[in-house]
Ligand binder design. Structure first.
Ligand code: JHZ
Length: 416
């Protein structure tokens, strides 16, 4: 396969996670398991432009359709992240007249809802209809479709140009990256701002967050590479902010190069220098990831076997997409972990892809009284640990394997 950006053949493999089903492909019934498809999950780095990407394309239509189960509204941490973003943009925009804010990958409208006071018009674009129906119910105008240059052109033809385009956790999700970024450039007012958020590649590599790798994440970005991608379409990254969300993300701010008010902030160059120094442009930087993932797999499967042999009951918590990469890479099934609890009503009653573990509501935890809860949504540790403190009443322990092995009890952290 060729690099999706520069078309050079991909030859440098970083990690092979085997064949897995789609991470958001929750099964409605166990009978659906017989039709479950698996696809190669292998991460490569382009030797020419350095873009880190998957080697195999599952089509976006297979992933982002009416069955796509992820909803932005399911975490309080994400809700406050969106509120903080709105405050940040309010400050940056100041007294500027904002006529249209477009969010690409708007999902259920959680973020756009918070941006209502900032703009006369809002518009969400997202192909996942179960999510966009929820946005519509909140009176947020949405186009249920993929964002492409075709769509950008027709919006331009109707005189719709955006003052702000928000693209949070969506740039990595679009295999046709050239078409997508060209579309952003077309849709943006000459003076407009694009903001993009994504899990930052050095965190994924250095903290062995291998579970962030799954088919809907076609790309894993650094600043150096993204700067080249945007430059091809007359866009420049002029500022950025590190964020705690999703295990360590970046928010980049982008404008047209031709924008007279483009003030390049030193932090952008500082990040590029840091990436250069760390060796992101060398294959050596990525080489240990496979071994480290293998070590985590070994530690986890050994632990699981030991506690099951002791007769302990293990449940999981947080049916995150990333959890499915983890469980499927580790070869876990529903005889080992009998259920997973999740707050998302749309996921409850379904089964995890691959492992076929049933998803239950969090109320089921108190009934089952497990000895261990394996936390798969580890990125929300600060929200989840206090929420599950009540499980300490029967001595339940909260166990994390990513980014490192940790065990918590209601009484606080201890290392066994
Ligand atoms: P969460 C998502 O990945 C999807 P996922 C997407 N592909 C993306 O790009 C990344 O984010 C960045 C549940 N939960 O958000 C809710 C509880 O049950 O980490 C969710 O099902 N109780 C667009 O799916 C899951 O955990 C809680 O208290 O890996 C979290 O999924 C909390 C906080 C969450 O993302």
């Amino acid at each position: 396969m060729n690099c999706r950006f520069c078309k050079t053949p991909l030859t440098h493999q970083i990690i092979n996670l085997g064949q897995t089903p789609l991470a958001n492909g929750y099964l409605h019934t166990l009978a659906d398991a017989k039709n479950e498809q698996r696809y190669p999950l292998q991460l490569y780095r382009c030797g020419e432009c350095q873009l880190v990407q998957l080697e195999y394309d599952v089509t976006p239509e297979q992933i982002f359709n009416q069955h796509y189960a992820f909803l932005s509204s399911s975490s309080a941490t994400w809700q406050s992240h969106c509120a903080a973003y709105a405050a940040e943009m309010q400050q940056r925009l100041g007294a500027k007249q904002v006529n249209l804010i477009v969010e690409v990958g708007a999902n259920d409208g959680t973020l756009l809802g918070k941006l209502r006071p900032l703009s006369t018009h809002l518009l969400g674009i997202d192909p996942a209809s179960a999510a966009t129906q929820l946005a519509t119910a909140k009176n947020i105008p949405v186009i249920t479709d993929f964002f492409t240059t075709g769509l950008a052109k027709s919006m331009r033809a109707e005189g719709k140009l955006a003052d702000v385009i928000v693209a949070n956790n969506v740039l990595a999700h679009v295999p046709k990256i050239n078409d997508f970024v060209e579309g952003l450039s077309m849709l943006l007012q000459p003076e407009g701002i694009i903001t993009v958020e994504f899990p930052y590649l050095p965190n994924i590599i250095e903290q062995t967050q291998f579970d962030t790798i799954y088919h809907e994440h076609y790309f894993y970005f650094s600043v150096s590479v993204l700067q080249r991608v945007f430059a091809r379409y007359g866009l420049a990254i002029y500022d950025l902010q590190p964020l705690e969300i999703h295990g360590g993300s970046l928010r980049i701010f982008v404008k047209h190069y031709s924008n007279a008010s483009l003030a390049l902030q030193p932090i952008v160059d500082a990040y590029i220098q840091k990436e250069q120094k760390a060796g992101l442009h060398t294959i050596a930087y990525y080489q240990a990831l496979q071994d480290r993932a293998q070590q985590i797999k070994h530690a986890f499967t050994t632990w699981l076997q030991e506690v099951l042999e002791q007769g302990k009951k293990v449940m999981a918590y947080g049916a995150a997409a990333k959890g499915n990469t983890f469980l499927n890479y580790c070869g876990v099934n529903a005889t080992q972990i009998h259920a997973i609890a999740d707050v998302t009503p749309e996921k409850q009653g379904k089964f995890l892809p691959g492992s076929h573990i049933p998803i239950v509501s969090p109320e089921a935890i108190a009934q089952a009284k497990p000895d261990y809860l394996l936390i798969l949504a580890w990125n929300y540790k600060k929200e989840i640990n206090p929420k599950l403190a009540y499980t300490g009443a029967w001595g339940c322990q909260l166990v994390y394997f990513i980014p490192q092995f940790e065990v918590y009890q209601a009484s606080g952290l201890y290392v066994p």
